[in-house]
Write a protein that binds this ligand. Structure first.
Ligand code: GDP
Length: 183
């Protein structure tokens, strides 16, 4: 994926990860955010992929390095190295596939085991363009996020709804957390 803008001077480099069941739209959320692209096919390769994008928060330039499981979640082969150094995560489910929502708690257990204690986690209900096939109500996702202390947003990678917003929210929260720590 895009390894752009290496030459620009950045104030911070933040690593964040995408997790959630296969097929929920993680790769498409990432390619929307990094390259403004959407793919109708499923991805062919297996392995970790990542993309960079530089973001301005206030007067600081942040390089966000976002990792995608690229199919490995099928084999539950995501290891501690995937999470190592990650300050944020988008935990994605598909609002039209209830099982992907029910698996969110399993992903949270893994995230809490391998990720840092104060990781910024956003629960993301993707494919909100498919409202006629909805199997998880927005209020349900939001309520679960509240009880778990997570942020919450519904997105559509296909229609490019809330994609920029969800990544920006995560990056801004990581920045706030990091700058508070260094005070
Ligand atoms: P991943 O396995 O979680 O990385 O999921 P992908 O990004 O490969 O997407 C799986 C399938 O869902 C593909 O066929 C995508 O075209 C489709 N998809 C992804 N995001 C959306 C979305 O927001 N809306 C709709 N309708 N389809 C989507």
């Amino acid at each position: 994926m895009a390894a752009d803008a290496f030459d620009e001077e950045c104030d911070y480099l933040f690593k964040a990860v995408l997790i959630g069941d296969t097929g929920v739209g993680k790769s498409n959320l990432l390619s929307r955010f990094a390259k403004d692209e959407f793919r109708l096919d499923s991805k062919p390769t297996i392995g970790v992929e990542f993309a960079y994008r530089n973001i301005k928060v206030g007067d600081k330039l942040i390089k966000a390095q976002i990792w995608d499981t690229a199919g490995q979640e099928r084999f539950r082969a995501i290891t501690s190295s995937y999470y190592r150094g990650a300050l944020g995560a988008l935990l994605v489910y598909d609002i039209t596939r209830r099982s992907s929502y029910e698996n969110v708690s399993k992903w949270l257990v893994e995230l809490r085991e391998f990720g840092g204690e104060d990781m910024v986690v956003i629960l993301v209900g993707n494919k909100c363009d498919l409202s006629e096939s909805r199997e998880v109500e927005k209020e349900e996702g939001k309520g679960f996020a509240e009880t778990e202390g997570l942020c919450f947003m519904e997105t559509s990678a296909l229609r490019n709804l809330n994609v920029e917003e969800v990544f920006l929210q995560m990056i801004t929260k990581i920045y706030d957390m990091t700058s508070q720590k260094s005070l």
